[in-house]
Design a protein around this ligand. Structure first.
Ligand code: NAI
Length: 385
């Protein structure tokens, strides 16, 4: 199989998410890591890229230099991952899309709705993929959950309950630590902190597994540490376009919670529950029967789950492998496009700029609702109304 060339912006030494991307992109051998502008500090970025095996002439000091260096090459990168802080995503992603390079952008895709809408339109105009890294949708059992809902195993969906609540910013004595403080500073984080950082993963997951989009919402934001301008806890009620009722809780002050992403879907004939910290089990409760624990890798799962599963049943698969499924889907889609084929629908499950835009609109809707005592507001992007 042809190898694709891959580059990365951000994800420098010591970054949180950089290593997961590098493991994931390298997992199946589809992508060769050939270019990078990895750090806000040019010299550190160049040095780290070379440490990781990138050739000196493609270990760039910043993303503009990388764009100039790559766009003229016959072997230019096929895909760039943007894993920098949020406020830079738009400018970088737009520039690479316009240069004909496919993008996998970290979430939240942009800060404003206008930027998000523009990225959707830019990707369409360029005829390139702009994917967004809601990487937890790459888990085999999340895909199985989606397949079970779609094939009617729990009947019509009545209720979705999504959570992303951790306790890592609960320590008041640590609130002034610069690595924590910027997240609650509107000048650096934008209009929302915890909901934009974690809540949107849960909200996107609710759409992914139900196949329904969020139509309107009502929210209550709280700063449990009074020194914080932006929220560290939020409760969001929502309604989906297929009629499902949604509940979402996100928090960064839930002491004792580690990662905290869970999703539960309740239909007319059954319920499903999955948690990111135990990703190899999916709990299925058919109405009036016994609780069943579905194991990743067991026989007779959906084709979507089989495809996303790599090792045999009983061996744990974790987050970098879920991200790896996003990369594999992207690789197979890019290879299909290069060969003039339509990609198999099974490989187009990765979240796109359209999903990124929906999230940004939901963030702004949730902020507006919280400011008006929880008034119900339209959460749909203007582009899709
Ligand atoms: P971080 O602060 O740990 O690392 C950011 C890296 O980007 C650093 O190496 C920094 O030097 C580099 N950087 C900053 N500005 C740059 C620029 N202009 N050019 C090149 N490099 C630059 O941040 P973290 O936690 O890794 O987050 C990065 C992004 O990933 C954020 O958008 C965040 O929301 C997202 N993220 C997504 C997760 C997911 O599950 N999908 C999980 C964690 C973070």
């Amino acid at each position: 199989m042809k190898r694709l060339n891959w580059g990365m912006i951000g994800g420098g030494k010591g970054s949180q998410i950089g290593p997961a991307h590098r493991i994931a992109a390298g997992l199946d051998g589809h992508f060769a890591f050939v270019a990078g502008a990895l750090d806000a500090d040019a010299a550190a970025g160049r040095a780290f890229a070379q440490e990781l095996g990138v050739a000196a002439d493609r270990a760039y000091g910043d993303w503009r230099e990388m764009l100039e260096g790559e766009r003229g090459r016959a072997d230019k990168i096929d895909l760039v991952t943007v894993a920098t802080p949020n406020a830079t995503h738009y400018e970088i992603s737009k520039a690479f899309l316009e240069a004909g390079i496919n993008v996998l952008c970290e979430k939240p895709m942009t800060v404003t709705e206008a930027e998000a809408e523009d990225l959707v339109l830019t990707a369409r105009k360029a005829g390139r993929i702009c994917a967004v890294n809601y990487g937890y949708t790459g888990y085999a059992l999340v895909r199985h959950m989606r397949a079970m809902v779609a094939r009617g195993d729990i009947g019509k969906v009545r209720l979705v309950v999504a959570e992303f609540a951790h306790g890592h910013h609960a320590n008041a004595a640590d609130a002034d630590n610069p690595r924590v403080r910027w997240r609650y500073d509107p000048a650096q984080a934008g209009v929302s902190a915890q909901f934009a950082d974690c809540g949107i993963h849960a909200l996107h997951m609710a759409s992914f597994v139900t196949g329904q989009e969020v139509a309107r919402l009502s929210s209550d934001f709280a700063s449990c540490l009074p020194s914080r301008v932006l929220e560290d806890d939020a409760m969001v009620n929502f309604r989906m376009d297929g009629g499902a009722v949604g509940r979402l809780w996100t928090s960064s002050v839930a002491i004792g919670r580690q990662h905290g992403l869970t999703i539960q879907v309740f239909g007319e004939t059954g319920g499903l529950r999955w948690a990111q910290e135990q990703p190899n089990q999916l709990y299925y409760m058919p109405l009036g029967q016994r609780l069943q624990v579905i194991e990743r890798g067991e026989g007779n799962l959906s084709p979507e789950a089989d495809r996303a599963s790599r090792v045999t049943v009983g061996h744990a698969e974790g987050m970098p492998l879920a991200f790896g499924n996003i990369y594999r889907d992207l690789a197979e889609s890019l290879l299909a496009a290069a060969e003039g084929r339509k990609p198999d629908p099974a490989v187009t499950l990765f979240p796109t700029a359209e999903d990124g835009l929906r999230s940004i609109s939901a963030i702004h809707a949730a902020v507006a609702s919280a400011k008006s005592e929880g008034a119900w507001v339209d959460a749909r992007p203007a582009l899709f109304r």
